[in-house]
Design a protein. Structure first.
Ligand code: 5AD
Length: 343
């Protein structure tokens, strides 16, 4: 009975490492898994998809992650920073379009000091009291996570990238440690943020056992959100010549995670949409319930390039959002107008 493991995951929400591995390596479970995950999401969220307005506010980064296009060592990037006013304009525009969550994402940019970032967060909090503020700009001291939270931020996205420390060291230079990454995630949770971890599927040197470790980590950490997308090479990085991660494996992981953590907020990611014209829809049909359209100004969009051929699920204007709405309608879903908190 191929459905046995899927049934167990559906009922108990956890499997042994050996069972996760069996699901990952054996394609016979794919359709049952996907169906169960889709049903699980429908049961909890109905056919509503949450939207988050993504604002890529700086592509400066002090880090040199081997996979990432905006790594400090990439001299071919034209760097930019949005001002507080630029960011507030993006939010105003997003609010009018119906967004009730803003995601401030950026590289680890020293010029955005604690004071400046807290001022930006406070301003958004004041102008949009009914909106959630999600932050995503990497590893910071706990005290800074705390002040940003006190300024009004609600959520933080920090992908763990891989649960295996040795694999982590193959993706990052020596000054970055897996230990600190994980510590940051626990700090964020203790402070009271809704926290997202996540990983790239098919990153260089990743094994199936690594993916099993990622699932076990997710099971222990119990994140509120999980960001999963395929690795996609960027031409100006040390990983330029590695191949992209598998769409099938990405979809399978989305389904497993939906069944492990039924209420988790699970985006159908830009990376998935970049590898497949209907990647966004495929992600939702595999159990995802969030889409993150880009609200950044055009000047930012062309320069915030983590990997090549990045797609843009549009919200530049009402029309782009209408296109997204139509695409979701076509597969039986609608856009929710709520904040979409974890609960
Ligand atoms: N391919 C896919 N995802 C990437 N990220 C960074 N570079 C790439 C790439 N080349 C992801 C990382 C990071 C998030 C912001 O983007 O997982 O945490």
């Amino acid at each position: 009975m191929y459905d046995d493991i899927v049934l167990k995951l559906q009922k108990e929400h956890r499997l042994s490492a050996a069972e996760y591995k069996e699901l990952l390596v054996n394609p016979v479970y794919d359709s049952a898994l996907q169906e169960a995950a889709r049903r699980q999401a429908l049961e909890i969220f109905g056919n509503e998809i949450y939207i988050r307005g993504l604002i890529e506010f700086t592509n400066y980064c002090k880090n040199n992650c081997y996979y990432c296009g905006i790594r400090a060592g990439n001299k071919n990037v034209e760097r930019y920073r949005l001002t507080k006013d630029d960011i507030l304009l993006c939010c105003e525009h997003g609010y009018e379009l119906g967004f009730r969550t803003f995601v401030l994402q950026g590289g680890e940019d020293k010029l955005f000091t604690e004071e400046i970032l807290c001022d930006i967060v406070s301003a958004i909090r004041k102008e949009f009291p009914d909106c959630a503020i999600t932050l995503s700009f990497g590893e910071l001291p706990r005290s800074m996570y705390q002040s940003l939270f006190d300024s009004g931020a609600n959520r933080y996205l920090l992908r763990h990238e891989t649960a295996n420390p040795i694999h982590y060291s193959k993706l990052h230079p020596e000054n970055l440690s897996h230990e600190n990454r994980i510590k940051c995630l626990y700090d964020l949770k203790e402070i009271g943020y809704q926290v997202g971890c996540g990983l790239m599927v098919g990153s260089p040197y990743q094994t199936v056992d690594n993916l099993v470790e990622d699932l076990m980590f997710i099971g222990d950490f119990k994140p509120h959100m999980v960001g999963i997308g395929p690795f996609i090479p960027h031409k100006d990085t040390p990983f330029a010549h590695y191949s992209a991660g598998s769409v099938q494996m990405t979809l399978k992981l989305l389904s497993i995670i939906r069944l492990m953590e039924p209420r988790v907020l699970l985006p159908s990611t830009t990376a998935l949409a970049s590898l497949m014209p209907d990647g966004c829809e495929q992600g939702i049909l595999a159990g995802a319930n969030v889409v993150m359209p880009n609200l950044s100004p055009d000047i930012a969009k062309s320069k915030y390039i983590l990997y090549n051929n990045k797609s843009s699920v549009g919200a530049q204007d009402a029309n782009a959002l209408l296109v997204l709405r139509q695409r979701l309608n076509k597969i039986g879903y609608t856009i929710s107008n709520s904040r979409g908190d974890y609960n």
